[in-house]
Design a protein around this ligand. Sequence first.
Ligand code: SF4
Ligand code: SF4
Length: 501
Amino acid sequence: MTVVIDRTTPPSAAKSPGPVSAAALARRKADQGGGLYKKRVPIYPKLVHGKWRTIKWAMLIATLAVYYIVPWIRWERPGALPDQAVLVDFTGRRFYFFFIQLWPQEVYFITGLLVMGALALFLITALFGRLWCGYTCPQTVWTDLFIAVERLFEGDRNARMKLDGSPMSFNKLWRKTGKHAVWLGIGFSTGGAWIFYFHDAPTLIRTFWLGTAPLTAYISCALLTAMTYALAGTMREQVCTYMCPWPRIQGAMLDEHSLQVTYLKDRGEPRAPHKKGQSWEGRGDCVDCNQCVVVCPMGIDIRDGSQLECINCGLCVDACDEIMVKMGRPKGLIAYDTDYAVVSRVQGAKPTYHPVRARTIYYTVALALISGLMLWGFLQRSPVDLHVLRDRNPTFVRLHDGSIRNAYTLKITNRGFEPETFTVGFTGLKGVTLKTPGETASQGLLTVTVKPDEVRAVRVFVTAPAKALPAENLPVAFTLRSNIGSTETRTVFLSGEANAR
Ligand code: SF4
Ligand code: SF4
């Protein structure tokens, strides 16, 4: 059976015929007010239990654990190199990630990783909707944590609403003070953990409390503390709705086959309260209890259709499942579902899920290509590097015997962890003499020792007898050989003979 999706009234634009939540009403009223700034309508999400809430707790613990623990993982490195597994060392101009050490000129690996991350996010969004927003985005994770603290001090939804509506008292004062103090503590530990990614963590924690840490550490920590407190404590859903570009961008990744939290309107409507013993004939399964609305951290009513604010967290799924169980109705009135499946059911067709689609294929191919390129680049990465800069002023020098000399600066990189002796050679021109300020090449080869994890600049003078030079500038190359790797870099030898003719 062919399923026809009516694009003139997509599910995302559908409006529920039933009552709308107080928060949503207030928001619409403010929207219609025409003011430049909209007053925040406080949201008091109720605690819910269920499968998706459990997954959210697990993700919260896992992501926070990774964030706080990673800078403390030690990784032994030789010599004076830092023993921290993950470190962005601005002073030493290195990025360390376990056994990988990146130099500033290899920043394209970081760019490649960011591109891979973006493509993976596109693919996940095309397949499963805003899973990133609902489960792993730092804004979601920290807001969830802050709400848990709020609940601890002020109680669940009704108690919090009552407390906010009550006049100041000792009870209110200590609860509010305690909550804000813990929020600030979390903010401080968030900022504190962040700076450990940029300095050796055990050293920094000591110097930080002694007051001898770099000024940037204190400034970064203070900024991150304030940001965490403001974004997760006071701004919360406003960050997702108004500040983050992702809800707008993701529209380009979603289609009718993307899984999204969906109210199964065909099953739920017409909604109405239901009394025990009443018949379910001629009505929908939604009992209009509003539980899906009061648990929503974004303050929306999923029965109004899919909305920009929805972060796909699944908490309304848990809330509704709980009600359905109590009512003796099947679970899944609100579920992760696709627009296509909803329309299929309405048209009496069997709903099917289509993970393999043009856009998921594009994203997968692009992701595989970039990952392959990155891996290839990584495997080709040499522990040695040679950059050649030819002197431009003067471009050449004619010596008293008529021979021509060109001068070069060689920058030899030793990415190894031991001192390395390199042999420098020159190809492309016969009969030349190689010289450094302290050494003349024996058998056309110079030896240069470079300390571990260092770049050494060496001046090299190449002299060629005039009769050996043709009438044009010559393509030549420097070669570099060592026990840990070899490389070759091309350059030119400027012929004074040719210029003189
Ligand atoms: S509507 Fe449901 S899935 Fe969307 S944000 Fe609210 S609780 Fe989460
Ligand atoms: S929780 Fe379920 S039954 Fe209750 S209002 Fe929401 S959709 Fe209807």
